[in-house]
Write a protein that binds this ligand. Structure first.
Ligand SMILES: [Ca+2]
Ligand SMILES: [Ca+2]
Ligand SMILES: [Ca+2]
Length: 435
């Protein structure tokens, strides 16, 4: 049954319809009941992402979860900034509320499930989400990658590694499921025994993958805005470290030191928390953690985890999963893991579990390495990056930065030699840096 109640219909008319349905009620074993007047209050999930003209004529559907009866309502024409209220009249029940419209390269939708309507004048709040119309318009690029680390108290460290993923489009993009892989092949070494087997089929084996969590529409990123992922989201500058000073007799003295050249990353949007790989890792409860996909499920020769070598040997690249739910990560692992044969230290053939990402899924990547060796083997397909960014050495405080600015956008010709540069600085992202 489809009952169309548009805003233009008079309240009296609707009330009469309600009475009519009530009248039917006695004959239909209670299937038809009085309509309750409620209000659906809509607002844009992201400020500025929805305009009144985008929503003109959009229809909101209430579907009764039990009877599957459908009730539709037009959004009013004057929803400036997507804000407004629409009168809805449905019987008592539990409803799925939806709306969807594609306009100007954007898909604008409402999805709200299991909303109980049980009394008059109920206020139902719903967010209007606007995102890109199709996946080919979805894009993120690296605007900064800080893998190099620096020297603190004269010691080589990379506690404040981070990366910045930038939305170069003019649409709101949701980062749920946005992923960064680092290559298993290192840029300073000869081809691994499995290289041709994987790259020959358009697959890039990974040392590890990090994924932004979320069910699909939890983490909006505005046009020309960015996401900062810290290796550890704390104020590294104020952190005290300890190192073991072992003398000739084998006596250990713990010596305190400060990370004087490290920066404050406590305002990062996400952090990597991986006590399995990094036993001294700390978890800032204020900063959500990324999920991870390891190449190996068990100890089947499996090694890895997300890792950025301070000389850039494991090249970073961006791709996108449908969302950031654990079940989606598990499904990706299942579909893209396989077994490769390698020789162990004694020259015996052993099998290792490998995880790879199809080249066609990759959105952006930067070929990184160091000057002493240059790029011996390119860990990224040339379609992803036909250039390179090389640091002079480890722990030199060097940042790989894309040329441009957040406001004006960045160079991206898939040639990092042209698009990027190396500078002797790296940024702090303290709490509240965005405001
Ligand atoms: Ca960490
Ligand atoms: Ca955390
Ligand atoms: Ca690119």
């Amino acid at each position: 049954m489809n009952k169309n109640f548009f805003k233009t219909a008079s309240i009296a008319g609707l009330a009469a319809m309600g009475l009519l349905l009530n009248a039917c009620d006695d004959e239909n074993n209670g299937d038809e009941v009085a309509l309750l007047k409620s209000y659906l209050n809509v607002s844009a999930d992201v400020e500025g992402s929805v305009e009144a003209s985008d929503l003109a004529g959009a229809t909101v559907t209430f579907t009764n979860t039990r009877s599957k009866d459908v009730y539709t309502f037009k959004l009013p024409a004057n929803l400036n900034d997507g804000e407004g209220s629409v009168l809805v009249q449905v019987p008592v029940g539990i409803y799925d509320i939806s709306m969807e419209k594609t306009v100007d390269g954007k898909t604008i939708f409402i999805r709200k499930q299991n909303v109980t309507v049980k009394s008059e004048n109920q206020q139902i709040d719903a967010k209007i989400i606007a995102t890109v119309a199709n996946s080919s318009d979805y894009q993120f690029i690296f605007s900064e990658v800080f893998f190099n680390g620096e020297r603190n108290a004269g010691r080589m460290m990379h506690p404040d590694q981070y990366m910045v993923l930038y939305n170069p489009t003019d649409k709101v993009l949701y980062a749920d499921g946005l992923a960064v892989g680092c290559t298993m092949q290192n840029s300073n070494g000869e081809k691994k025994s499995w290289f041709d087997q994987y790259y020959g089929q358009g697959n890039v084996p990974v040392h590890g993958i990090i994924v932004i969590p979320g069910s699909g529409y939890e983490h909006p990123v505005k046009p020309h805005d960015k996401i900062v992922i810290a290796f550890t989201a704390i104020n590294h500058h104020e952190t005290e470290g300890k190192y073991a000073d072992v003398n000739e007799k084998g006596d250990t003295t713990w010596v305190s030191f400060k990370y004087e050249n490290a920066v404050d990353l406590s305002g990062a949007d996400f952090e990597i928390y991986d006590p399995q790989l990094y036993t001294s890792d700390v978890d800032n409860p204020e900063v959500p953690n990324v999920r991870e996909i390891y190449p190996a499920e068990s100890d089947l020769g499996g090694f890895g985890g997300f890792y950025q070598h301070p000389r850039g040997f494991n090249c970073p690249f961006i791709f996108k999963l449908e969302n950031g739910e654990q079940s989606t990560l598990d499904a990706f692992f299942k579909e893209h893991s396989s077994v490769a044969n390698v020789k162990d230290e004694d020259g015996n053939n052993v099998e290792i579990q490998m995880l790879s990402v199809p080249e066609k899924m990759i959105l952006d990547g930067i070929t990184t390495g160091h000057i002493p060796s240059g790029i011996v083997t390119n860990p990224l397909p040339l379609t992803v990056d036909r250039g390179e960014q090389l640091v002079k050495g480890c722990h030199s405080g060097l940042l790989v930065r894309r040329k441009g600015s957040d406001e004006k956008g960045y160079a991206d010709t898939n040639n990092s030699s042209e698009d990027c540069e190396i500078v002797e600085e790296h940024h702090a992202f303290p709490s509240g840096w965005r405001h």
